[in-house]
Design a protein around this ligand. Structure first.
Ligand SMILES: Nc1ncnc2c1ncn2[C@@H]1O[C@H](COP(=O)(O)OP(=O)(O)OP(=O)(O)O)[C@@H](O)[C@H]1O
Ligand SMILES: [Mg+2]
Length: 223
């Protein structure tokens, strides 16, 4: 069992989109649970939209109030729990508590200079004090401007932050998925839907490689 949280104190950076895409892809081989710890309930709403559209998701979504709930959830029969979290600056304490219970934190960010400051602050508030392993994920990148990705990667590496090699390009499919009540893997196969799902598939592969070297028994002791 591995618990992974998707965290950034900045709103609208693609946290919920990342949670749902990774859950859908991981559920192709693993038992996956999404835990919505964001009071906005976006992941829960997304699940309800899927139910209303008659599209059964291959993973479960539950809501939780307290980070402590994650301690009990570790006993459940899932391979992977992915936690969605709120994105605003008032939540540093909550996010730190969530990170305490998690084995890994994914920090999604857009590839802009403006986004780097809140990302670094999140790293300082959440990751550094808890020592939880993490990866920065560049999301909503513009396929026409690869330079942004390279520049942001360089900037973050200069600050000694670990950035995942694969990144997630901006595609309409991601924007549409919650409205359509589906996930990125739920679309008919075409060039765009395959690229959109492929980006997250590469991200999951890179994460799994990293997870192999990370020991879940360290946090397994937190109750
Ligand atoms: N790769 C992508 N391509 C295109 N649109 C995207 C992508 N990722 C996210 N989006 C869009 O960006 C917006 C914000 O994404 P999302 O809701 O996942 O962010 P969030 O970090 O969870 O936001 P909040 O902090 O409000 O919870 C949404 O409209 C979503 O559809
Ligand atoms: Mg969200």
């Amino acid at each position: 069992m591995r618990i992974v949280a998707v965290v950034n104190e900045k709103g609208g950076v693609g946290k919920t989109t990342t949670v749902m895409a990774l859950a859908a892809l991981a559920a192709e081989t693993d038992q996956v649970l999404v835990v919505d710890l964001d009071p906005q309930g976006s992941a829960m709403d997304w699940g309800s939209a899927a139910e209303a559209a008659g599209k059964e998701l291959a993973f479960q979504i539950v809501t939780a109030r307290n980070p402590q709930d994650l301690g009990q959830m570790r006993e459940l029969d899932f391979d992977l729990i992915i936690v969605d979290t709120p994105g605003n600056l008032q939540n540093a304490d909550l996010l730190r508590q969530i990170a305490e219970y998690c084995d890994h934190v994914i920090l999604p960010t857009e590839p802009t200079a403006m986004a780097v400051r809140p990302l670094v602050r999140t790293w300082q508030d959440v990751v550094d004090p808890t020592g939880t392993p993490y990866s920065v994920l560049l999301t909503r990148t513009d396929p026409r401007v690869p330079r942004d990705v390279e520049d942001t990667r360089e900037l973050l590496s200069g600050l000694s932050l670990t950035v995942l090699e694969p990144h997630v390009r901006s595609y309409k499919v991601h924007e549409r998925a919650s409205i359509d009540g589906t996930v990125v893997t739920g679309y008919e196969k075409n060039r765009m839907s395959e690229k959109a799902a492929g980006d997250y598939r590469d991200v999951l592969t890179a994460l799994r490689e990293q997870w192999e070297s990370e020991d879940t028994s360290v946090k397994g002791g937190v109750a």
